[in-house]
Design a protein around this ligand. Structure first.
Ligand SMILES: Cc1cc2nc3c(=O)[nH]c(=O)nc-3n(C[C@H](O)[C@H](O)[C@H](O)COP(=O)(O)OP(=O)(O)OC[C@H]3O[C@@H](n4cnc5c(N)ncnc54)[C@H](O)[C@@H]3O)c2cc1C
Length: 369
């Protein structure tokens, strides 16, 4: 039997792992090149929250709906090693220092008002994002994919087409196609390809060991901070492994070249911890097991780049998924596999995500750092 095409995927986040999985399932030979750790960036540190219909009315709707269905199927097919669970999701508000709210959930503080249900177990779900990303990569490897550690620093070209990547140690990996899936670090590819810019937007999170104090629930809150008067929008997700993940406080801090060097902003975790202890006695009593910071990849128009790089045979990109990269990873991986192997995506129309819709970044605007 003829061997499937070799596809080099730059980046072992959720998007790279899902692309490898769907390519391997179709008989191709994906090689994921990861500079730091699989799931070591946003894909391992994010919330992992999934919603069926929260992208309705936007060009992301079909991608999100297909992804939501694929998440349920993947969890079943792979033996659910990443704690997939359905959730009931609530919205509410609180004003710091005001002790009385309307309450509504047994684990929230008296000062919190729960204003409504935003999602049901039919429409909202959760994965533990690091286990999901690593689990998908392992599932891809079981189907014939390969994982290489290395930093991609350039592309191999042959008669105008891209035919592989060059690593920092000068080694090369050849392939029939290359996919740029380096999250916010995809901006580096603007040196090698006519690609629009991708930016990093930093977020901070804490993980508490809450045991069974919080049920299969999520909470999106508006929280007015007393000291700053600022309204923060914490998100809280109770995971199947007995931990609870909470995020708030974003910033535009600079993206370090090395994904292993991402650090929190000064004081951000202290501020977030104070908020968490105030909104829930269950969080107030729980030890913190991780303090995290990571960068979500964003584009100029807020939509991902998913498709072929215009004018460069063999070059593809899948990045810029912003706040919905965990949700939208399976349908993105599936669409990339269809695009590369069949010439067009079948399940989801990728027209709105065409990388050619945005002006390429002038590589002179990238510093040497
Ligand atoms: C605080 C926060 C909470 C979030 N919560 C959610 C959520 O609840 N639900 C949701 O759907 N989305 C969420 N997101 C968004 C989601 O995390 C991202 O959209 C998603 O992780 C992006 O995945 P990625 O694979 O594109 O990028 P990354 O996860 O950034 O992966 C890129 C990979 O490329 C590697 N890399 C970098 N440079 C090189 C190089 N030169 N060579 C080789 N490899 C390289 C990196 O090491 C990294 O592993 C959240 C994001 C943040 C910041």
């Amino acid at each position: 039997m003829a061997e499937g095409p070799r596809v080099v995927i730059c980046g072992g986040g959720a998007i790279g792992a899902a692309t490898a999985y769907f390519l391997a399932r179709r008989g191709a030979r994906p090689i994921v090149v990861e500079r730091h750790q699989v799931g070591g960036a946003a894909s391992g540190k994010s919330g992992g929250f999934l919603a069926l219909d929260w992208c309705r009315g936007s060009p992301l709707d079909a991608l999100a709906r297909r992804s939501f269905a694929l998440h349920a199927a993947l969890a079943q097919e792979t033996g659910d090693v990443w704690g997939y669970r359905r959730l009931t999701t609530y919205g509410g508000y609180a004003v710091e220092g005001e002790p009385r709210g309307s309450g509504g959930l047994p684990w929230v503080a008296d000062g919190v008002s729960i204003t409504g249900r935003l999602g049901t177990p039919e429409t909202t779900a959760l994965v533990e994002p690091r286990a999901y990303t690593r689990g998908l990569m392992r599932a891809a490897e079981a189907l014939g994919a390969t994982l290489r550690t290395g930093a991609v620093v350039d592309l191999v070209r042959e008669e105008g087409a891209v035919r592989g990547v060059v690593l920092a140690d000068d080694d090369t990996i050849e392939g029939d196609a290359v996919v740029i899936a380096m999250g916010p670090w995809s901006i580096l590819a603007a040196r090698w390809l006519p690609m629009p810019p991708v930016f990093g937007y930093k977020g901070h999170s804490l993980i508490f060991k809450t045991g069974d104090a919080i049920g299969a629930e999520a909470l999106f809150l508006e929280y007015q901070e007393a000291a700053t008067g600022e309204t923060l929008t914490p998100e809280l997700f109770a995971r199947a492994d007995g931990t609870t993940w909470v995020c708030a406080i974003s910033s535009t801090g600079p993206l370090p070249l090395d994904p292993g060097a991402v650090a929190p902003d000064d004081g951000a975790h202290t501020r977030l911890e104070k908020l968490c202890r105030a909104i829930s006695p269950a969080l107030a009593a729980a030890p913190i097991v991780a303090r995290q910071a990571c960068f979500r990849p964003v584009t100029q128009d807020g939509l991902p780049l998913i498709g072929a790089v215009p004018g460069v045979p063999g070059a593809y990109v899948a990045t810029g998924h912003s706040v919905w990269g965990m949700l939208n990873s399976p349908a993105t991986g599936e669409a990339m596999a269809e695009l590369i192997l069949d010439g067009a995506a079948q399940q989801v129309d990728l027209a709105a995500f065409d990388p050619g819709r945005l002006r390429p970044l002038d590589p002179k605007r990238l510093s040497d750092g």
